[in-house]
Design a protein around this ligand. Structure first.
Ligand SMILES: *[C@@H]1O[C@H](CO)[C@@H](O)[C@H](O)[C@H]1NC(C)=O
Ligand SMILES: *[C@@H]1O[C@H](CO)[C@@H](O)[C@H](O)[C@H]1NC(C)=O
Ligand SMILES: *[C@@H]1O[C@H](CO)[C@@H](O)[C@H](O)[C@H]1NC(C)=O
Ligand SMILES: *[C@@H]1O[C@H](CO)[C@@H](O)[C@H](O)[C@H]1NC(C)=O
Ligand SMILES: *[C@@H]1O[C@H](CO)[C@@H](O)[C@H](O)[C@H]1NC(C)=O
Ligand SMILES: *[C@@H]1O[C@H](CO)[C@@H](O)[C@H](O)[C@H]1NC(C)=O
Length: 563
């Protein structure tokens, strides 16, 4: 009898607990449904083909997905592109965006009056097709810049897609004088549909070859990140340290160990005629959109006594701008000019610079040895394309090296002995206050599923974190992607549309790390020279000045740079 109230109490507790539990579960259930329905609204276009390792990871499992796998999903969501309708069967390229029928209009200053430094300029872009009909949906790939040719000044704009055939481009006004707006249609939304589809359906359209040799016997087979064949048909060159995958068809007579070279094999172009017409240079690819009027935008000096706070300026946040042909970062970094060999020797004295990456990083090596005769290339008799290269300045004890990244490298005839993953190379660097590591990896990943690129960056990041943890004063600099000149074949494998997404991923993966970005994207976009995979020397000079400003800041800059 005595324990009855206790039982009553526990029953009441139990009931309350049950009610609470049901309530919590209900909320969780609806929240999950809500989240799922939200996710459904976000179309994921860059869906990778089903690869064996992905099938495994998507099966129900009791293990928690790895941190990298969770990040992979998150990163893929950050590069969603606005929905572009599929092309109908009877599609004609004349139904797609026509830059010459399209126009942009500079909006008057909000609140009226004249333009001043510190204001934000907005232009509205309206897209039309080749029949002069307005476009009703978004997804066109536009780039914009604001510039003053006589001042050699320029800044990249920010393009906002209103998803109804109209777009805005926003520019901060950073200098005085007359300024002009340039808006470029890189690809119509219809062309974007094709590029999306190609990466979904034909991600392995660039293929590779390896030569196998033993004695006088040679064979060549096809290689790629993924090959749809049985394990018995393949040589598996997956890197045990990083897990980076690579496969070749097994040679008939030779063993997998007999692989001696790696090279790009070619590109399988499999696209309809009308689709190909969406990539016509000078007609609908990389063409300027004309202004509707010819505005004379004259920017007056900053007005100091305005009520507007400094924070109001920036809906756009460019990383820097050109003035007098020199790049001025907006993050507070002071860029100094290193024009003479003496200035460079002084800055780099006692330093080791390791450059890793594709040909856009090799350019830095080439620029350094061409511009500064004291830094002498030591001929290792390696391929001009792949290196590796070494340059020395003996009196000043300066060492500069270049090494290309691993597969899917597009270069020709790289000896397998020199085919290394950057992450593994970084693990062999001591690091320290006299070591500078420069990394540039982007141009060879455009046609592959983004997963491949993300995993590569995650591996490099892990190695960078190990390096910075054992030698925190190592300077790590990362060069981003940049827009380039496009032909139809370049567009289908390596378009700026692929690059801009990889560029976003690169920035996201290295965000928060103690590494410095050289914003090649904006440095090429804002410059008056044409877009180029390999930007011309005036742009490279700005990049190298930027790099050296990090290596040897003036005493007044030191507080900021020495974290
Ligand atoms: C394509 O077919 C649709 C429906 O059959 C038609 O409405 C449209 O006008 C056609 N377009 C062209 C370019 O022939
Ligand atoms: C498109 O959307 C923008 C932003 O919502 C709006 O200002 C504009 O009027 C729209 N244009 C058309 C043609 O509907
Ligand atoms: C792999 O090839 C087989 C037969 O050749 C085919 O049925 C299958 O769909 C292919 N799988 C993928 C992922 O391409
Ligand atoms: C390739 O080798 C790696 C490492 O040994 C292994 O994990 C993977 O399952 C292999 N893949 C195939 C398709 O054989
Ligand atoms: C633009 O306006 C400025 C002064 O407002 C004037 O000096 C300049 O000549 C004008 N330029 C053109 C092309 O009209
Ligand atoms: C470096 O050269 C540029 C252009 O050649 C020049 O404008 C600049 O003043 C020079 N800077 C120094 C520090 O010599």
């Amino acid at each position: 009898m005595k324990n009855k109230p206790v039982r009553m109490l526990s029953l009441t507790h139990g009931a309350i607990f049950l009610l609470l539990a049901v309530w919590v579960l209900t909320i969780l259930f609806y929240r999950k449904q809500w989240l799922e329905s939200r996710n459904e609204q976000i179309p994921v276009f860059m869906a990778a083909p089903v690869k064996p390792d992905q099938v495994k990871s998507s099966l129900p499992t009791h293990q928690h997905p790895s941190k990298e796998a969770v990040e992979l999903d998150f990163l893929k969501n950050t590069i969603n592109w606005p929905s572009t309708p599929p092309l109908p069967l009877n599609f004609s390229w004349k139904d797609s965006s026509d830059p010459r029928h399209s126009t942009f209009t500079v909006l008057p200053k909000r609140g009226g009056g004249q333009w001043h430094v510190g204001d934000e300029l907005e232009v509205v872009i309206k897209m039309y097709n080749f029949h002069g009909k307005p476009k009703k949906y978004g997804g066109d790939f536009l780039l914009a810049r604001l510039h003053s040719p006589s001042l050699q000044a320029g800044v990249a704009g920010k393009v906002v897609d209103h998803l109804n055939g109209s777009y805005s481009a926003l520019f901060p006004l950073l200098w005085e004088g007359n300024v002009q707006v340039q808006v470029i249609l890189v690809h119509s939304s219809e062309a974007v549909t094709v590029l999306q589809q190609l990466n979904r359906m034909q991600p392995y359209r660039i293929y590779f070859r390896s030569l196998f040799r033993s004695g006088s016997l040679t064979e060549t087979t096809t290689c790629n990140v993924y090959i749809n064949a049985t394990q018995e048909q393949l040589c598996n060159y997956t890197d045990l340290h990083t897990g980076e995958q690579w496969f070749c068809y097994k040679p008939k007579k030779l063993s997998c160990d007999a692989r001696v070279t790696h090279a790009m094999g070619g590109f399988r172009k499999n696209i309809k005629r009308q689709e190909e017409m969406l990539f016509q240079r000078g007609i609908n690819m990389k063409v300027s959109i004309p202004p509707s009027n010819h505005p004379n935008i004259s920017v007056l000096p900053r007005v100091e006594d305005q009520t507007r706070g400094i924070g109001d300026i920036v809906r756009t946040e460019p990383s820097g701008y050109y003035y007098g042909g020199a790049w001025r970062p907006l993050d507070g970094t002071k860029v100094h000019q290193f024009n003479s060999s003496t200035a460079v020797s002084q800055c780099l004295r006692g330093k080791v610079l390791h450059l890793f990456g594709d040909s856009t990083i090799r350019q830095w090596f080439e620029y350094l040895i061409a511009s500064f005769p004291d830094l002498k290339n030591f001929d290792l008799h390696n391929s001009k394309q792949a290196g590796p290269f070494v340059a020395l300045d003996y009196p000043n004890n300066i060492l500069v090296t270049y090494r290309c990244h691993g597969p899917p490298l597009h270069f020709a005839n790289v000896p397998v002995t020199q085919l290394r993953y950057i992450a593994n190379e970084l693990d062999h660097i001591d690091g320290g206050p006299n070591t500078v590591v420069v990394i540039g990896v982007w141009a060879h990943f455009g046609s592959l599923p983004v997963d491949v690129y993300i995993r590569r960056l995650q591996n490099i990041r892990k190695a960078v974190m190990r390096l910075l943890s054992r030698a925190p004063r190592t300077l790590v600099v990362i060069r981003t992607a940049n827009p380039k000149a496009l032909t139809v074949d370049v567009a289908l494998t390596n378009s700026d549309w692929y690059s801009i997404q990889r560029d976003k991923l690169l920035r996201a993966v290295f965000k928060g790390l103690n590494v410095h970005l050289v914003d090649a994207w904006e440095m090429v976009l804002a410059h008056h020279l044409p877009h180029d995979l390999h930007p011309k020397p005036p742009i490279i000079k700005n990049m190298i000045d930027f790099l050296q400003s990090y290596i040897c800041p003036l005493p007044t800059d030191q507080t900021r740079v020495n974290h």
